[in-house]
Design a protein around this ligand. Structure first.
Ligand SMILES: [Zn+2]
Ligand SMILES: [Zn+2]
Length: 249
């Protein structure tokens, strides 16, 4: 499969100078995907088959509900409930007609598995995942092809731990040999250096709460505790992708 490089959003992201520009790009990807599933696209039969079959993870189901698009979401939910009935009706019947608690428990387990199975797929996560793959692929490809990009990346704040690992998983599809090794070394030295920096900022915040430091400058550490969290876990991870990526890592 030929991957079209996402050069412009990746360069723009890098220039943002945030703690992890993949997090920013993925927040945008998430809101685009939510917007898509709350648009007239869901009136088309193919998209409705998708929403009925795969649905959304709990996180994105809630996001759809919070977006306040009642008419479109009502349509999605109506046929999604119809689909649920196909797997829920048999355990419901068994529970209602059970003569012993043990038989009911077996049917409750069957219901629980059917319910968990319905939560497995997520169309929003899948769309985010597709975009994340293209962004990671582009970052590795630009690292090999463009000396300016390589320099800007090595001087940047890097990525959160979550996205550093994603980059490492995808890079081997885009580049190989010495470039790949150099890429691994670059993203992990960026991570090490920037974890250190974020911890120092966080430490300065702990010091700022001491009375003797009350009048000293914040040095840009007003949000250090949040950055310390986001640098580790990211701000918009893909929770439940439908497709498992093939990767050596
Ligand atoms: Zn990130
Ligand atoms: Zn999801």
């Amino acid at each position: 499969m030929k991957i079209v490089l996402e050069t412009i959003p990746v360069w723009d992201g890098l220039k943002e100078d945030s703690e992890c520009f993949l997090c920013s790009l993925m927040k945008r990807a998430e809101s685009d995907a939510i917007g898509y599933y709350l648009s007239s696209a869901v009136m088309t039969p193919e998209v409705r088959v998708e929403t009925n079959t795969y649905g959304f993870c709990p996180h994105h189901h809630r996001k759809l509900a919070e977006a306040n698009k009642p008419q479109v979401l009502a349509l999605i939910m109506d046929t999604y409930y119809d689909e649920n009935k196909k797997s829920f009706s048999s355990p419901f019947e068994k529970i209602a007609s059970a003569k012993k608690a043990k038989n009911a428990e077996k049917a409750i387990k069957e219901f629980s598995e059917a319910y968990m199975g319905r939560e497995k797929g997520c169309l929003v996560c899948t769309r985010m995942n597709d975009r994340l793959y293209r962004y990671c692929f582009t970052i590795a490809a630009l690292f090999e092809q463009d000396a300016d990009f390589r320099k800007a990346l090595s001087e940047s704040k890097g990525f959160c731990v979550h996205h550093t690992l994603e980059l490492a998983k995808v890079a081997g599809d885009a580049i190989g040999g010495d470039s790949l090794l150099e890429f691994y070394k670059t993203i992990f030295s960026l991570l090490e250096r920037n974890l250190e920096r974020v911890q120092k900022d966080d430490w300065w915040m702990t010091q700022k709460y001491k009375s003797e430091n009350k009048d000293k400058p914040w040095n840009g550490c007003e949000d250090a505790q949040k950055r310390a969290v986001y640098k580790l876990v990211g701000e918009a991870d893909v929770i439940d992708p439908l497709k498992d990526k093939k990767s050596r890592i």
